[in-house]
Design a protein around this ligand. Sequence first.
Ligand code: NIG
Ligand code: FE
Length: 410
Amino acid sequence: MTTQCWQTLFSGFNLATMTNSGKCCAEIINGAIAIGKSGIILWIGHIDDLPNFDPEKLQIIEGNGEWITPGLIDCHTHIIYGGNRANEFEMRLKGKSYQEIAESGGGILSTVKATRAATQDELYTSALKRLNTLIKEGVTTVEIKSGYGLDTKNEIKMLKVAEMLNKHSFISIHKTFLGAHTVPEEYQGKANEYIQIVCNEMIPQIAKLKLADMVDVFCENVGFNIEQTEKVFKEARKNNLKIRIHSEQLSNIGATKLASMYGALSSDHIEFIDEDGVLAMAENDMVAVLLPGAYYFLREKKMPPIELLRKNNVPLAIATDSNPGSSPITSILLMLNMACTLFKLTPSEALAGVTCNAAKALGINDKAGQLIEGMYADIAIWDIKQPSELAYQYGVNPLVSLFKKGKRIM
Ligand code: NIG
Ligand code: FE
């Protein structure tokens, strides 16, 4: 084994490699990781198995029993938006439901107004604050959705902000076009016409400008129906964009099943999914993205069917869903805690949900989410005695430092 290309060596750390799909963290106690110039992991293993190397020729980062996990991945967010919805929070506390607020012109539409009124720079500044909050908790990859522009100009504006964040933030941003989030005001009562604009105008332009990797639809009784969703998926497929879906959050209209027929990477929310939906996910290698922040903030009563998902070996991911309406929560560590306290995941499952399984939900599981030779050296170092502490406690941030593709960013 040649060690000449090694540039950095982490040595004396415990490693949660996340190579066991969440069944356990797959640990190496007293391990080492060597990284090359290109920011790729070149060697990983127990310290006793390290091949001979010249210590003069590389930077050595010496640990003292701290834990290393893969950089965390928040695979479902809406962190770009104008304004906020604190007023609706108060309305809900007084008894109005999320659906009632949406149906009376509030909800997503009020954020659309504020987002359309904001400049690209204003959106960038407010989103960067949220992104930095995630980075401080060990996140090195974030997915961001559009969906508060709802016309071609403003959807493109949002995705350009996501691109700016990708350029300037040191971490990886994956961009998802969510033009089919809700029907904008000017198309009220004309949802089919709006979907035509999404399909004939927005998707082709966004694909041509390479402003999105994925397409998402809010398929729901207060969102788009199955026929409309299918039209969007067809267009996404035509333009080689990967597919995600907001499904079975408030009701079950068969959204996951449809998404599974179009090769969707994941189905997200799924509190109301039934056995058919779970089987469709299992048969089509989809990830279940659980969003405990939205469940908590909307005071949902119906849990996603965790046991059924486990029984069918559906990989479970966890994300913040950070957005102004249903989950104004920008903490991945809180999601780890809530995945356990609210959804009864084990701490190992929760950690897999923000590493290997989150990578799979983004279609990047060959590059990130695990500590394996050949993958990106996205590395979070934690001052903890065991990985389960990341889910167990909340409030004291145990992140020591963070590396993206081998470069220190925190
Ligand atoms: O993931 N479900 C639809 N979209 C978001 C909420 C968006 C909003 O309320 O602004 C979600 O929960
Ligand atoms: Fe969402």
